[in-house]
Design a protein around this ligand. Structure first.
Ligand code: PEP
Ligand code: MN
Length: 331
């Protein structure tokens, strides 16, 4: 349920209203826009006397929100959310580009790639330290050491870093990580999401392998219900019946749909969506053209020798070419 307040309502009046709502056992989500203040009521709103609420002097209208995702809902928060990540931002007018290797393989490798992607215009460095591999016999990542190498690359380039968490017990290792990624395989790991909700770290929430848009937003809601509203959504393709030519099906329509449904920023990962380096550029351009707030792209200094996801990784030169074309689309 939302209550749209009348223009000119002051902070004391808002406080009185929110105290009353909280006394009913509900959570309050306040959105102060340039022209309107919206009070979102989260929880069992059957306890609220709607007629009483609407009769208050400061209340203009009251609406019930039928969607199960409340905090993530644009009706609660009409303005775009801009998530601050280190020295950069994701959402609103900013276009974020997260680039780097699928997995961190050595300090030299990640520093070299970080310098190259920064020179080409990337705004964040990505790199997996904990890798969710389909086979337990495949390279599982350098773990804590991988995070140290990312921090060294951050130190040398100034790029904020994004890396994936797989277990809430690893959180202490992520203290200096700027953006914590929840991978597709963990999108519905609700215990992990709840723990991340207790932190104030920005979270990159990738779409699950076969998650619907609503399920994805409900996962964001799990994090937000704990009080952490710093969430960026990442479309990375979904499972379908034809994986012969593309690894996944890139659902670009999800981008404008999400912009309607939620205030959270949405970025696109054309690398995992397609699984093929030659398809990354056209899909990156399409993502920029359809209104994504940014991209996540895998870049490797020697893709043929990559320990993970080599076939979909761009060389630094190819990445630089993608960046110049993306800039043209963005204008
Ligand atoms: C990754 O970003 O390297 C990754 C494993 O992505 P996803 O969870 O989308 O498969
Ligand atoms: Mn990968």
């Amino acid at each position: 349920m939302i209550a749209v307040l009348k223009n000119g309502t002051n902070d004391t009046q808002i406080k009185k209203l929110t105290d009353w709502i909280e006394s009913l056992g509900l959570q309050v989500h306040l959105s102060k826009g340039e022209y309107q203040t919206i009070v979102g009521l989260v929880g069992d709103t059957s306890r609220v006397d709607e007629d009483l609420l609407i009769s208050l002097d400061i209340v203009e209208t009251v609406k019930r929100i039928s969607e199960p995702f409340k905090s993530a809902n644009r009706k609660f928060h009409p303005d775009d959310t801009v998530v601050k990540v280190g020295n950069t931002s994701v959402g609103g007018d900013a276009f974020a580009v997260m680039a780097g290797p699928c997995s961190v393989e050595s300090c030299e490798q990640v520093v070299e790639i970080a310098k190259a992607v920064k020179a080409a215009g990337a705004t964040l460095l990505r790199g997996g330290a904990f890798k969710p591999r389909t086979s337990p016999y495949d390279f599982q990542g350098l773990k804590a050491e991988g995070i140290e190498f990312l921090l060294e690359a951050k130190q040398q380039t100034g790029l904020p870093i994004v890396t994936e968490i797989m277990d809430a017990s690893h959180l202490p290792m992520f203290e200096e990580v700027d953006l914590i990624q929840v991978g597709a395989r963990n999108m519905q790991n609700f215990e992990l999401l709840k723990e991340l909700g207790k932190t104030n770290k920005p979270i990159l929430l990738k779409r699950g392998l076969s998650a619907t848009i609503k399920e994805w937003l409900m996962s964001a809601e799990y994090i937000m219900a704990g009080g952490n509203e710093n969430i960026i959504l990442c479309e990375r393709g979904i499972r379908s019946y034809d994986s012969q030519y593309t690894r996944n099906v890139l659902d670009l329509a999800a981008v404008p749909v999400l912009h309607e449904l939620t205030h959270l920023p949405v970025i696109v990962d054309p690398s995992h969506a397609t699984g093929a380096s030659r398809l990354v550029k056209p899909m990156a351009l399409a993502a920029a053209a359809c209104g994504a707030n940014g991209l996540m792209i895998e870049v490797h200094n020697d893709p043929k020798k990559a320990l993970c996801d080599g076939p979909q990784s761009l060389t630094p030169e190819q990445f630089s070419d993608v960046m110049s074309s993306v800039k043209k689309i963005l204008g």
